[in-house]
Design a protein around this ligand. Structure first.
Ligand SMILES: CCCCCCCCCCCCC/C=C/[C@@H](O)[C@H](COP(=O)(O)O)NC(=O)CCCCCCCCCCCCCCC
Ligand SMILES: Nc1ncnc2c1ncn2[C@@H]1O[C@H](COP(=O)(O)OP(=O)(O)O)[C@@H](O)[C@H]1O
Ligand SMILES: [Ca+2]
Length: 558
């Protein structure tokens, strides 16, 4: 039989008032007792009306510790203000640290200190809370942390030391920290050396590029350990067991933003500590049966590929490089010719034009995006995957000249675009949203781009189409089978050849490059498949915003 959580109810002193404090295994509640209803000892038998009331879920308590009031330690300076008589009456104190919700999905660590007259009672409280925290098995105890000291504004180490490490220490999480010395250091360490059995998760301090390194390391290691060949595009990959936490310290940080709702190191650290878990789809990218990369956020050819290629040369500008290169690429207005073939996800709940959004506890992601079949629950449990050949019917093809070909397997929401590239995309439904932006005027393309910054529908334009797909391929018009790379090496020759062949082509180069989560891919012709829920993050998806800001703090909602 399962052990019942111990109940505790006591009158404890807090901020110059007496509170009825209750712990029931799910919630820790404290409610002020009006002065005329105070009972000196024992529990209250009548419901108490009036007074302030607070409630915290045990799952959101970080830690509990003893406080030595006799030694002059204070409760935010308030203890000293307490009358001498009360200090003598309640000399034993303990502090509970817990998650408090602030505006815009921000989480903060709050402390509450209770005082009591009896040392045994204090020990009973501390022990019972600790027992209930130990019972939360999803919480990590030992983490492997990688810090990219050069990401974003080069603040990674400082952010970790000042904002994150103290919280991990408070929650008794031990860490092994590696500050990377070069690109791919974290990836290669995870792939070959790291003793993964020792850890309950991996933490990445950096941007989307650094996160991508961690994913590559973990996914490759998992496939190697399980004898899976990554080079086969049809292979069903084995999901990674370790969860990944992202402490945002990069330039775009869209994976953090789209899974937590804000780019804030403290909020992310708290999601790690409480042991959240958010499954995520991962796209595999292949070229001629050779594995190239994985993508978690954006795979973009044309506009976003060109922005990235240009911005890499301007890394010294920090995150502003994307705006500069974005403006420049916008003016350049290159288009690229080719064919996109794709396998639409027809058997799913949800479309890219839905008004509903993927949020914490998303119904669609819980069902791997599949239509729920009441008759055969067993059937609906297995997520369709790129390896399922039965889905290989009904491919569509779109040929033409494109300004941008984007695949977003999640919304790609970020501070630049709070709704993202595909606002209705799901984190874990086994699909990616393929967005095709055909050649159009600069004015129309600007209208399309601007809609990413507002609530207007960026897909509601004649030159834009969007498909929710499981798989897609891109073949550039001038790609001649396997010789594509050789041609690239002779780029100048090819370029002049194309211009001779197409005098009216306004001299757009033949190829763009793919932007794969902020990394440039060397091939234009690629094949992409979505692997449903291949990785897990220490996140829970974006929580619904309460209707009134006052209710944003559930501690006040009782
Ligand atoms: C006119 C304003 C238009 C704003 C349009 C904004 C759309 C932004 C969508 C961003 C999607 C981002 C997807 C995430 C990609 C990241 O994986 C990846 C790597 O991140 P990391 O550096 O943290 O490692 N980041 C990126 O590839 C950065 C893409 C950023 C693109 C910025 C584009 C700015 C466009 C400005 C156009 C200005 C036109 C002005 C004309 C008067
Ligand atoms: N120590 C290091 N020195 C140089 N580059 C690194 C180092 N560690 C990681 N990188 C690389 O830095 C790139 C950008 O990292 P990221 O953290 O995503 O920052 P940003 O968001 O600014 O691009 C990634 O491609 C990553 O592989
Ligand atoms: Ca998805």
């Amino acid at each position: 039989m399962e052990k019942q959580p111990r109940l505790l109810a006591s009158q404890l002193f807090l901020k110059n008032s007496v509170f009825e404090v209750l712990l029931n295994g799910v919630l820790l509640t404290w409610k002020e007792i009006p002065a005329n209803k105070k009972v000196v000892s024992g529990s209250i038998h009548h419901p108490i009306k009036g007074g302030t009331s607070h409630s915290v879920s045990v799952s959101e308590i970080l830690a509990v510790r003893e406080l030595d009031v006799g030694g002059g330690t204070n409760d935010d300076g308030r203890w000293q203000k307490m009358p001498q008589k009360l200090t003598e009456a309640y000399p034993y104190a303990f502090t509970v640290s817990y998650v408090e919700r602030a505006r815009q999905h921000r989480w903060r660590c709050s402390d509450v200190t209770f005082h009591c007259s009896d040392g045994v009672l204090r020990q009973q409280w501390i022990q019972t809370i600790r027992e209930q925290l130990t019972a939360l098995t999803s919480r990590p105890k030992h983490l492997l942390v990688y810090i990219n000291p050069y990401g974003g504004k080069q603040q990674g180490e400082c952010i970790y030391e000042q904002k994150v490490a103290p919280l991990f220490a408070c929650a008794s999480i031990s860490t092994d920290v590696i500050v990377t010395e070069h690109a791919n250091h974290a990836r290669d360490h995870l792939k070959t050396e790291a003793e993964l059995k020792k850890y309950d998760g991996v933490v990445c301090v950096g941007g989307d590029g650094m996160f991508s390194e961690i994913v590559h390391g973990l996914v490759s290691r998992t496939q190697r350990d399980n004898g899976v060949d990554q080079n086969s595009p049809e292979e069903k990959l084995v999901p990674c067991s370790l969860r990944i936490g992202i402490i945002p310290a990069g330039s775009t940080d869209c994976i953090c933003y789209a899974t937590v709702g804000i780019n804030d190191p403290v909020t992310s650290a708290l999601h790690v500590i409480v042991g959240d878990s958010q499954p995520m789809d991962v796209c595999s990218v292949h070229h001629n049966n050779t594995f190239l990369r994985y993508s978690i956020s954006l795979l973009g050819y044309g506009f976003y590929g060109d922005v990235l290629a240009d911005s890499e040369r301007k890394r010294w500008m920090g995150p502003a490089r994307y705006d500069f290169s974005g403006f420049k690429t916008f003016l350049t207005h290159h288009h690229y010719e080719g064919a996109v073939s794709f396998l639409p996800a027809t058997d799913i709940l949800g479309t890219p034009r839905d008004k509903t959004r993927c949020r914490a506890g998303c119904f669609i992601c819980q069902h791997d995006g599949q239509l729920y079949s009441g008759d055969s629950p067993e059937e609906s449990k297995t997520a369709p995957d790129v390896s399922d050949r039965e889905y290989e019917v009904g491919w569509g093809v779109v040929r033409g000249k494109f300004l941008a070909i984007n695949a977003a397997s999640m919304s790609c929401a970020c501070p630049r675009s709070p709704m993202g590239l595909s606002p209705a995309a799901h984190l874990a439904d086994g699909t990616t949203d393929l967005i095709l932006v055909r050649k159009c005027s600069r004015f129309n393309f600007l209208r399309h781009l601007l809609r990413h910054t507002s609530k207007d529908d960026q897909f509601d334009m004649t030159f834009v189409e969007v498909h929710r797909v499981r798989r897609f391929r891109f073949t550039p018009r001038h790609c001649q089978n396997d010789s594509e790379l050789d041609l690239r090496e002779n780029g100048k020759q090819l370029f002049s050849q194309i211009c001779r062949d197409h005098p009216a082509c306004s001299c757009s180069p033949a190829y763009s490059s793919w932007n794969c989560d902020g990394e440039i891919l060397p091939h234009a012709a690629i094949e992409v498949g979505v692997h449903c829920q291949l990785i897990k993050l220490f996140a829970r998806g974006i929580e619904e915003q309460p209707l009134f800001e006052d209710l944003a703090n559930p501690q006040c909602a009782l």
